[in-house]
Every structure is written in structure tokens, then in C-alpha cells.
Design a protein around this ligand. Structure first.
Ligand SMILES: Nc1nc2c(ncn2[C@@H]2O[C@H](COP(=O)(O)OP(=O)(O)OP(=O)(O)O)[C@@H](O)[C@H]2O)c(=O)[nH]1
Ligand SMILES: [K+]
Ligand SMILES: [Mg+2]
Length: 422
């Protein structure tokens, strides 16, 4: 029997209300002790919360859900109290004195929901993305996993693979009887259909792109106006700008939504071959790394020096007399900034998984491709035992995809992304 856990599940106090959750076999007795009695199930009640010495801590709305039909799969209590710091601290402190109760770790409620089969891994991963979603697009993308659409699709694939395996087993079992038909004529075509469907989704950009934002790296020689453009795109004075070459040394990054697309703008040290001090040299090395890691590079230098695939931007257009081609922008007058952001949005959209269509994260994609590979490994003239083995490989990969088989380490990483109280 696992311990009963509790935590503040709403945001940081002070706030209008605070929601404290308690999950586990002692949740009911804890609620009873704190409020003087259990309310009817699933029915809110206003009650006084009291500590051991009978002092009233708060008046709160309480809710009681008996497991296993709860989000965590365990007995679950919710206390909707006033959201003041001292109120919440007093209630949490009181709960801490109850035997068998302890404060929850980050993501522990969700981890229990997963452990009790309330959600699968794809849904938990989607939930993590949903909680960190800052743009509408991120929210919609995460909802496809949270709502179980991805899981249902994968479950459908798994059933098809089990169907294929059953057909193979039937032929193997009756192989020595005379009149048993072999595998259906379209057996291999159906395997390939499924493999193609899986590969189609795996071919989309990974959902991490949507979650983390598209990295737009501003690079070029010193004093090119990178930090000024960075600030202009952010509409904030985040980066230091001076007339001195070599002002920016370290990498500076800021998330920003432009046209609903999540970007991370990255300002870097100006690149020069000589004259840079030791600190600047390190900055230049970091700038190089950012340029190769970025999805979009804005190059504010000579076109001939531009990294491959970079967008060449002619900065300080207000100082240039002639129309010297390229994308002209001025951080000072704002000229050309709109054109640049439109271009970023256009490029950004193609680098993201399409909205409202299923997509995998990198972990899911690896297992999906492993499943597709298992299916494609089947040859028409293969021994049936070998076919069965390939199908088992495919099925196991799909199991991993939804977390039917998962390692503790992987779960620690995933649930560590959640906050305490989730
Ligand atoms: N007139 C004008 N001046 C600009 C513009 N953009 C930047 N500057 C000036 O150019 C100088 C260098 O700008 P920064 O933004 O610091 O350039 P940087 O590329 O970040 O420089 P480093 O970090 O040193 O590599 C500053 O004096 C800015 O005020 C612009 O669009 N128009
Ligand atoms: K500068
Ligand atoms: Mg700079």
C-alpha cells in the first residue's frame, strides 16, 4: 500500500482560492480529521478546517471521491480553501502531522494515475505539454494526446498487429492438417498499409518543436545590430546594445509567440576572426554552436559569409542610402520588421507538426518507427515462425510507445517535468 500524499495543486499563493489535494488510502481519514466528518461522495460541502487543538484554520469547500473511480485511481480529497499564503501553509502543516501522510513529489498525482492505468504514457506526456503550453497552438497540439486521440490510434494499431499475429498462429497451429488455408492473400499488403500509416505520422516534425519553440538564431559580425534586432523582435530591451563591437558575449534567449507560433529568439556574440578577447572567443564558439543547432538563422552579415540555409538580413537600413537588396530592416525605425516577422511565421509553420493532426514526440517516434520496421521486415516467403517473431517485435514497440513497458528512469524524467501538486 503506497503512502497517502498531499500538495497544493493550484498556483503559487496568494490567490483567490487554493486547491489542496490528498490522494491515497488515508485521504478519507485525513479529511475526516480536518473537517470533522466525511461529506457525501462527489458533493461539495462548506466546512470549517480545524487543527488538533481545535483552532479554526479556514472555512473551505471540500470534496470527497472514493477510489478507484478517481483521477489518481485512489481515494481522493480536495480542499478549496482561501488562497492566502498563511492559510495554505497552516493547512499543509496540519496535514503533515497526520501519520501516513507526506507531501507529494513533482508529478506524483499523475504518476499514480499512470500507475493505476487511469492514463497511459502518451496521455501523461501530452499532459506535461499541456501544462507548459503558452500558445494556442501548443495547447491544441497537447490536447490530441491528453484527449486520448493518439492513444486510441496506437491502440488500434496494436489490435491490428494482434490480429495479424493471431492469423499467423492459426496457420502455424494447423500446419500439419491437410485442408487449412495459408495466410490471407492480402496479408502482406495489410502489413505494409499499417507500416505506411505509422511512418506517415512519424514523418511529421516532432512535437518537441512545438513544445520548445523554434529556435531563431541571430548571428553575424560584431556590431551588425543583432542585439538591436533581437530587442525589436521581442518588443523588449532584453539585450544590451552599445556602439562597442563585442558587446554580446554570452548566448541570450527569450521565448516569444509571433503570429501564434512559438519561437525562441537567440542573440549571440558577433563572429570575428581576430581581435576578440578570451571571453568573447568563448562567446563566438557558443554562437557557432547555436547557429548549427537553430532551426532558423538570421544572418546579419555579408551574404558570402552566411551559413547554409540562413536568412540574410540587411540591418540598419535607415543608414543605407541605396536599396542594396536582401531583407532590409531597421531596429531603429522599425522598417522591414513586419516583413521579417511574416517570413519567420511562414518558415516557422512548416517546421512545426501540423495543427489538429496527430504527431509524435521523439521518444514516441522512435518506437513507432521500430514497430513499422518490424512490420516491414516480414517477407512473403518468410518462415511463419519468423513472421510471428517480427510481429512480436512490432507489438512490443507499440507497447513501449504507450508505456505498457516503461523504465523507472524514463518515468522519473517524464514526471519530473510536472510541478508539485500535479
Ligand atoms: N541607425 C541604426 N543603428 C543601429 C541599428 N541597429 C543597431 N544599431 C546600432 O549599432 C550598434 C551596434 O548594435 P548592437 O545591436 O549592439 O549590435 P550587435 O550585433 O549586437 O553587436 P555585438 O553584440 O557587439 O556583436 C549600436 O550602437 C546600435 O545602436 C539600426 O537599425 N539603425
Ligand atoms: K555592439
Ligand atoms: Mg549584441
Amino acid at each position: 500500500m503506497s503512502e497517502t500524499i498531499y500538495a497544493l495543486s493550484s498556483g503559487a499563493p496568494p490567490a483567490g482560492i487554493g486547491v489542496i489535494r490528498i490522494s491515497g488510502s488515508d485521504a478519507g481519514s485525513a479529511l475526516e480529521r480536518l473537517t470533522g466528518g466525511l461529506p457525501p461522495e462527489r458533493s461539495p460541502r462548506l466546512r470549517a478546517l480545524r487543527n488538533a487543538t481545535g483552532d479554526t484554520l479556514d472555512q473551505a469547500l471540500i470534496l470527497w471521491f472514493r477510489g478507484p473511480a478517481t483521477v489518481t485511481g485512489e481515494d481522493l480529497a480536495e480542499i478549496h480553501c482561501h488562497g492566502g499564503r498563511a492559510v495554505i501553509a497552516a493547512i499543509l502543516q496540519e496535514l503533515g502531522t497526520y501519520a501516513g501522510l507526506r507531501e507529494a513529489e513533482p508529478g506524483e498525482f499523475t504518476r499514480r494515475a499512470f500507475g493505476n492505468g487511469k492514463i497511459d504514457l502518451a496521455e501523461a506526456e501530452g499532459l506535461a505539454d499541456l501544462l507548459s503550453a503558452e500558445t494556442e497552438m501548443q495547447r491544441r497540439g497537447a490536447m490530441l494526446s491528453v484527449g486520448g486521440e493518439l492513444s486510441r490510434r496506437i491502440e488500434g494499431w496494436r489490435e491490428r498487429v494482434l490480429g495479424f499475429a493471431a492469423a499467423v498462429e492459426a496457420v502455424i497451429d494447423f500446419a500439419d492438417e491437410d485442408d487449412v488455408a495459408g495466410l490471407p492473400g492480402d496479408f502482406h499488403a495489410r502489413l505494409e498499409d499499417l507500416a505506411a500509416e505509422i511512418r506517415g505520422i512519424a514523418a511529421q516534425p516532432a512535437t518537441e518543436r512545438l513544445r520548445d519553440g523554434i529556435r531563431v538564431v541571430l548571428a553575424g559580425p560584431p556590431n551588425a545590430g543583432k542585439s538591436s534586432l533581437f530587442n525589436a523582435l521581442l518588443a523588449d530591451d532584453a539585450a544590451i546594445v552599445t556602439a562597442e563591437a563585442g558587446t554580446t558575449r554570452d548566448v541570450l534567449e527569450r521565448p516569444v509567440a509571433i503570429g501564434g507560433i512559438p519561437f525562441v529568439l537567440v542573440d549571440t556574440a558577433g563572429m570575428r576572426e581576430s581581435g576578440a578577447g578570451a571571453i568573447e572567443e568563448i562567446g563566438i564558439e557558443r554562437a557557432r554552436r547555436e547557429v548549427s543547432a537553430g532551426q532558423i538563422v538570421l544572418w546579419l552579415g555579408e551574404e558570402a559569409d552566411a551559413p547554409e540555409g540562413a536568412i540574410c538580413v540587411r540591418s540598419k537600413s535607415d543608414l543605407r542610402s541605396s536599396e542594396s537588396g536582401g531583407l532590409q530592416v531597421s531596429a531603429v525605425t522599425g522598417a522591414g520588421i513586419e516583413r521579417l516577422t511574416a517570413l519567420l511565421v511562414e518558415r516557422g509553420r512548416t517546421a512545426l507538426p501540423p495543427v489538429d493532426r496527430l504527431a509524435f514526440n521523439r521518444r514516441q517516434r522512435d518506437w513507432a518507427l521500430a514497430a513499422a520496421e518490424g512490420l516491414s521486415a516480414v517477407r512473403v516467403d518468410d518462415d511463419l515462425l519468423l513472421v510471428a517473431e517480427h510481429l512480436r517485435t512490432a507489438r512490443r514497440a507499440l507497447d513501449r510507445l504507450v508505456g505498457r513497458e516503461s523504465t523507472e528512469e524514463m518515468l522519473d524524467t517524464l514526471f519530473g517535468r510536472f510541478c508539485i501538486g500535479k
